[in-house]
Design a protein around this ligand. Structure first.
Ligand code: SAH
Ligand code: MG
Length: 224
């Protein structure tokens, strides 16, 4: 049984949010989710929006949203997804969930499930869902962000576009969080690891924390 007992009281989500998180469909484990929560709690204090790439069914979104609420300010959570699923979530692939296919159009549609998750957590008012391809949304986005959480497509094409599209919008002091970072190819795909390395190599970021495949970097300067 997973437990949140070890997490510091001040940065722990409300019990009902943890319960919703644990029952929500998705790919965020509890321990990495708590690290994401702590990062979001800190970043929300910048008073800027927090942005997630890869909404899926809202499992991680509700952590960002509850952290923003708990931080006490008015930070909004933006979450980007075309809601048609990543390559590995399509029929016949390892992470496919047949319950998430829209029978009328015959394609994945995670948006209704996401909305139910958000509603169950009581966090609809904190979150703006941006339904579209990440690079297309990034191309029209003009504002500064307090946090960018990269958890979208895991091909090099997608991960690179997410980094290039969104990292420049991070305010100085803001946090770049990357999920599914696997230095050893035996553990998983390398695209998130490559953007994590690229961020560090740019000189614009320092690493703040690492918990399994979740990495938190702080933007310390220009030069992305
Ligand atoms: N954060 C979620 C998991 C995200 S799974 C959780 O914690 O459970 C990855 C999601 O990224 C999928 O829903 C997929 O539709 C989305 N995605 C993949 N490539 C994308 C792109 N280029 N633009 C927008 N969304 C994308
Ligand atoms: Mg992930």
């Amino acid at each position: 049984m997973e437990s949140v007992e070890s997490v510091e009281e001040s940065v722990k989500p409300a019990a009902d949010v943890v319960a919703t998180f644990l029952t929500a469909k998705g790919f965020m484990p509890l321990d990495e989710g708590m690290a994401l929560y702590a990062a979001a709690f800190e970043a929300a204090r910048l008073g800027l929006p927090l942005l997630e790439i890869g909404t899926y069914c809202g499992r991680s979104t509700i952590l960002l949203a509850d952290a923003a609420r708990r931080a006490g300010g008015d930070a909004t959570v933006l979450t980007v997804d075309h809601h048609r699923g990543s390559e590995e979530q399509q029929p016949g692939w390892e992470y496919h969930d047949p319950e998430l296919v829209d029978p009328e159009v015959g394609l994945m549609d995670t948006l209704p499930t996401f909305r139910r998750t958000l509603h169950a957590a009581g966090l609809e008012d904190r979150v703006i869902a941006l339904v579209g391809r990440s690079p297309r949304v990034a191309a029209v986005w003009g504002g500064k962000l307090g946090l960018v959480f990269v958890d979208g497509g895991h091909t090099d094409e997608h991960a690179t576009a997410d980094y290039e599209g969104w990292a420049p919008h991070l305010a100085e002091g803001g946090l770049l969080v990357v999920h599914d970072v696997f230095p050893d190819p035996a553990d998983g795909g390398q695209a998130p690891y490559r953007i994590y390395r690229r961020a560090l190599a740019s000189g614009a970021f320092v690493e703040v924390s690492a918990l399994r495949s979740l990495r938190v970097l702080r933007r310390t300067g220009p030069g992305i």
